[in-house]
Design a protein around this ligand. Structure first.
Ligand SMILES: [Zn+2]
Length: 276
């Protein structure tokens, strides 16, 4: 479905108090949300910028049509569950997409040890996409579960530190977080941080340097507390920001300023901010 024209609130100049949702699937929200309504609601809630990651190849055109709007960017790529779609044709198409200014990153890519897809398929898809990202000078959005040793080794081998990126849905240890930081990555906090049993994520958030923290909803997945039984919505990013603020002892305005500045830095959006 093509997104409707953006509403007036989205064309206002972004200010530093606005939140940046670094991982939101605007192209596949819940049944009661179209992307234009979701963006307007998120805008009213204080969200001012969005990065839409790819999952499967046939949805890449949807990412592009969304990313034509102000302060919406795309990160085309293949999720590890779609690793079977990787091959010569996908590689050519992705390389072409990465020439476009609105495609600011490659995502969501990585390794997932909980999927039914063998690593023999996942690894070449991950490496191939990483290589394109490094060659294009664009950062990557990483999805990783139960495969951190392999993933960090591949990031090093493929020199991912030259572009850096964001660890999405991070559920690893503080040690893994600090290894990723050394490679130029930052860590996105989403709905799971708000759960009462989020001990590990809270510990990671407490120990991170200020410049390594960004926010994400992953809508329609990973809804924050108290909405865990519903599809996640982009307008709930402030619930996550509030929890980050509590844990770090920041005001909500500081949280927005810090995390938005971090997202812009890692995604190389310093100049484009005013123009897109
Ligand atoms: Zn995602």
């Amino acid at each position: 479905m093509r997104p409707a024209p953006m509403l007036a609130c989205l064309t206002m100049k972004a200010d530093q108090s606005q939140l940046f949702d670094t991982h939101v699937h605007l192209d596949r929200l819940g049944p009661d949300q179209d992307s234009a309504t979701a963006l307007a609601e998120a805008g009213r809630a204080g969200v001012g910028a969005w990065l839409v990651p790819g999952v499967r190849r046939q949805h890449w055109p949807d990412l592009l049509s969304l990313a034509g709007a102000p302060r919406i960017w795309a990160a085309p790529g293949l999720h590890p569950m779609m690793a079977g779609q990787w091959g010569a044709a996908a590689e050519v198409e992705l390389a072409e997409l990465l020439q476009r200014p609105e495609c600011v990153a490659v995502g969501e890519i990585g390794l997932d040890g909980l999927l039914d897809v063998p690593f023999q398929l996942q690894e070449p898809a991950f490496r191939g996409q990483l290589r394109l990202a490094v060659a294009a000078g664009k950062p990557v959005l990483i999805h990783c579960r139960r495969a951190w040793g392999e993933l960090l080794a591949i990031l090093r081998q493929e020199q991912a530190g030259r572009v850096g990126g964001i660890l999405h849905g991070f559920g690893g240890s503080p040690r893994i977080a600090s290894e990723a930081l050394e490679l130029g990555f930052v860590i996105a906090f989403g709905g799971p941080l708000t759960y009462p049993n989020a001990r590990k994520r809270v510990e990671v958030l407490r120990t991170l340097p200020v410049e390594a923290i960004v926010l994400e909803t992953d809508a329609p997945d990973l809804p924050p507390h108290p909405h865990r039984k519903e599809p996640n919505r982009p307008e709930w990013l402030p619930l996550i920001a509030r929890r980050v603020a509590e844990i770090r002892g920041w005001s909500l305005a500081e949280t927005a300023r810090i995390t938005t500045a971090n997202a812009r830095r890692v995604l190389n959006l310093q100049k484009e901010w005013g123009q897109n």
